[in-house]
Design a protein around this ligand. Structure first.
Ligand code: ISC
Length: 442
């Protein structure tokens, strides 16, 4: 299902963003967010959008993205907006390449949730060098009118206009924790059943998740929730697209032209434990190696080179230590010189054994059977892409799914291999739920 005018009119301007993205977020109701260490993207409203379901959901969103046309681009007097792609922030800055969409794709092709692509009406792009405001509208209109629709205005102070919220920062209503699809006991049984499947040789690794529900006394101010996540977990990518929001430490694929990179995580202990225990644990390494291998297998056919480190490192987050491997490579062009599109790359990589298992098809079947819930966008690709061929797709972890405006279902899982113990797996999900619970005031 798509909703798009025949052509979009883009305007861009450099602005000053006092306080940065984290200060702006609580004043907004964003349609798309991708923020890390105070830099990134905030999208407001939708100038064009598409949803897709089923096994062709990646291809359908890619076809929609190809179809979005840009009529003209007005970059004002700010010539510095029209620079080349900056490889680090990776966000293209030239002409129609400014067109940016936020994407969330469901974990499973069978999900009853939709996958989404949203081109925001207002995009705020902030990095340490500059803040760029990009609007996309069906009809040309003054910038101030587009901004006013989303509670923003331009102040007149200083060399650059200041982008300011016109409304107050929203605060959290009271929230309460409720049971999810499975009780803790049922999750323990699911993990035991998974371990039996591993013992029988059906799978070598399986990732099993559970959910809990948080309900609020009033509609959740999502901008405020996201700002709390971004502040508490600055090393992760704080995201929101469609129903899903969270703060993920895992990068499925980052595309910068032909350059590709991924951050694979698998193998976890609590920050209360000693990181040496993680580094020296053969079981955690097996779990990790299978996740790296699945990514290499998925991306191999699309790349001309792909490297993973010989040994994983340790990523330190406020709640956990993870084993981490940063993979890098180059996409292979087809005979006509065309590179695979970012959604095609994400589809090839998804699902890795960090969120599904090995072998993938058998693990996916067991997940459906044992979790007894629809993962929706949890553990699926989430992020953004631009018309210059750049993209960041993280894996939607440490997040929740909006069930309605005051209810959110938070999911967390863990990988199991031979030797895993149900009680420690349950404890691991507990720790992985903490970022979202904390952001919701629990
Ligand atoms: C499945 C999740 O985490 C994955 C990512 C990092 C470490 C993981 C682990 O050690 O099991 C999981 O593979 C989750 O957070 O819900």
């Amino acid at each position: 299902m798509t909703s798009a005018p025949a052509t979009l009119h883009l305007q861009a301007a450099e602005v000053d963003l006092p306080g940065g993205v984290n200060a702006l977020l609580p004043h907004t109701d964003p349609s798309g967010v991708w923020v890390r260490e105070g830099e990134g993207l905030i999208g407001l409203g939708a100038a064009a959008s598409a949803t897709a379901t089923g096994p062709r959901r990646f291809a359908e969103l890619a076809a929609f993205w190809e179809s979005v046309a840009v009529a003209e681009a007005d970059f004002g007097a700010e010539s510095s907006v029209e620079t080349d792609t900056t490889p680090e922030s990776g966000i293209s800055s030239s002409g129609a390449g400014l067109l940016t969409g936020f994407v969330s794709v469901t974990f499973s092709a069978d999900s009853s949730y939709a996958s989404h692509l949203v081109v925001p009406e207002v995009l705020i792009r902030h990095d340490d060098a500059a803040t760029t405001l990009i609007t996309a509208t069906g009809e040309p209109e003054p910038l101030s009118e587009t901004l006013a629709r989303h509670g923003l205005e331009l102040g007149e102070v200083g060399a650059l206009p200041q982008l300011l919220p016109s409304g107050p920062a929203l605060s959290l209503p009271a929230t309460a924790l409720k049971p999810g699809t499975q009780s803790e006991r049922q999750h323990l049984s699911a993990v035991s059943a998974g371990l039996s499947a591993i013992a029988q040789g059906t799978v070598e690794k399986l990732v099993l998740a559970r959910d809990v529900v948080v309900s609020a006394e009033a509609p959740l101010p999502l901008g405020a929730v996201l700002a709390r996540l971004a502040q508490a977990y600055p090393q992760t990518w704080t995201y929101r697209v469609g129903e899903v929001l969270g703060a993920t430490p895992e990068m499925l694929v980052r595309v910068r032209g032909a350059q590709l990179s991924s951050r694979v995580l698998a193998g976890t202990i609590s920050r209360r434990d000693d990181a040496a225990g993680l580094v020296g644990d053969a079981k955690q390494h097996r779990e990790h190696d299978l996740a790296v291998q699945s990514l290499l297998n998925g991306l191999g056919p699309l790349t001309e080179s792909l490297q993973s480190p010989a040994d994983p490192g340790v990523l330190e987050l406020p709640n956990v230590y993870h084993l981490v491997s940063d993979v890098s490579g180059r996409l292979a062009a087809d005979p006509s010189g065309r590179l695979p599109g970012p959604l095609q790359v994400a589809e090839a990589a998804h699902p890795t054994a960090a969120v599904c298992g090995t072998p993938s098809a058998a693990a996916a079947q067991l997940i459906t059977q044992l979790e007894a819930m629809d993962r929706g966008p949890y553990a699926g690709p989430v992020g953004w892409l631009d018309a210059a061929g750049n993209a960041d797709f993280g894996i939607a972890l440490r997040g929740g799914l909006l069930e309605d405006e005051s209810t959110i279902r938070i999911c967390a899982g863990g990988g199991i291999v031979e030797g895993s113990e149900p009680e420690s797996e349950l404890a691991e999900t507990e720790i992985k739920l903490t970022p979202m619970l904390g952001a919701l005031g629990l």
